[in-house]
Write a protein that binds this ligand. Structure first.
Ligand code: PBE
Length: 266
């Protein structure tokens, strides 16, 4: 049977990313919900996962990865989400901007830009794809900002320029968040800020905002993916709302894999 072959062919392994990612917790939940006791979720990183995915596709071999969109992998490879009738990965997600308490008072100009920041999945994918194709991260963000003046001016309209004030952004080195963080950093630089961006593990990113060690993050996936972190620190940050709608997480396989549902992994 196709499905049991798949398990054997991939060594009953789901190729994961960093252990702190919400999609990893959801994948563990899926293993439980679908009775996949034989399966193992292997932590790695976004970079390691996508290189394993690319290698599998090049050799037309099966692979099961923890995936999400926006992500360049859907533009580069023919991929599909495995259906999730149990809802282990939740429904559609939005990405929120979170800032530390007190930012509005201390840095009202940055606060306003961060509050206005909102773009589309295709925008983010454009930046991600540019980076995937070899453009430096900051340069890719710069290009997008320069080519999308209308959108960017909606974020900065009426915001007064500052002179060399510092602002710190935290993020996790997921391709999606590398794109968004670099874009908002470029926009804040244009307003006059000296921007520091620091990548870290997901739990530390939330802690840094809650403990006032950093000013802002544009990487909170809600309501499900980062629910735990969000609840852990509720009240210790300010949620500026959605910056991107219609994101999604799940188990992803190449189109040629003969499974359509997580149930087929049983
Ligand atoms: N991701 C990308 C993250 C959120 C952004 C889906 C890998 C996660 O699972 O936590």
């Amino acid at each position: 049977e196709a499905s049991s072959n798949l398990g054997e062919e991939v060594d009953y392994t789901i190729t994961g990313i960093d252990a702190g990612a919400g999609v990893m917790a959801s994948a563990e939940q899926a293993i439980e919900d679908y009775g996949l006791e034989d399966w193992e979720l292997q932590p790695s990183s976004d970079a390691a996962m996508t290189s394993a995915l690319t290698e599998a596709v090049e050799n037309e071999e099966p692979i099961v990865v923890t995936g999400w969109n926006p992500h360049w992998k859907f533009a580069v490879h023919d991929l599909k989400y495995l259906e999730d009738p149990e809802g282990s990965f939740g429904e559609a997600e939005d990405i929120h901007t979170l800032v530390r308490n007190g930012l509005e008072e201390d840095k009202p100009e940055a606060y306003e830009v961060l509050d206005n920041f909102a773009w589309e999945g295709e925008d983010m994918e454009e930046v991600m794809l540019d980076i995937y194709e070899g453009t430096d991260e900051q340069e890719a963000a710069r290009n997008w900002v320069d080519e999308n003046e209308d959108t960017v001016s909606e974020w900065t309209e009426g915001v007064e320029e500052v002179e060399g004030e510092e602002i710190s952004l935290v993020f996790v080195a997921w391709d999606s968040e590398i794109a968004s963080t670099n874009v908002i950093a470029e926009v804040l630089k244009d307003v006059g800020y000296e921007v520091e961006t620091t990548s870290m593990e997901a739990p530390h990113m939330f802690a840094a905002i809650a403990e006032d060690e950093a000013d802002a993050m544009v990487a909170a996936w809600l309501p499900a993916t980062h629910e735990q972190y969000y609840n852990d620190y509720e009240g210790e940050f300010e949620d500026l709302g959605v910056n991107l709608e219609g994101a999604k997480i799940g188990l992803v396989v190449p189109e040629y894999v003969e499974a359509d549902s997580i149930e087929d992994l049983q």
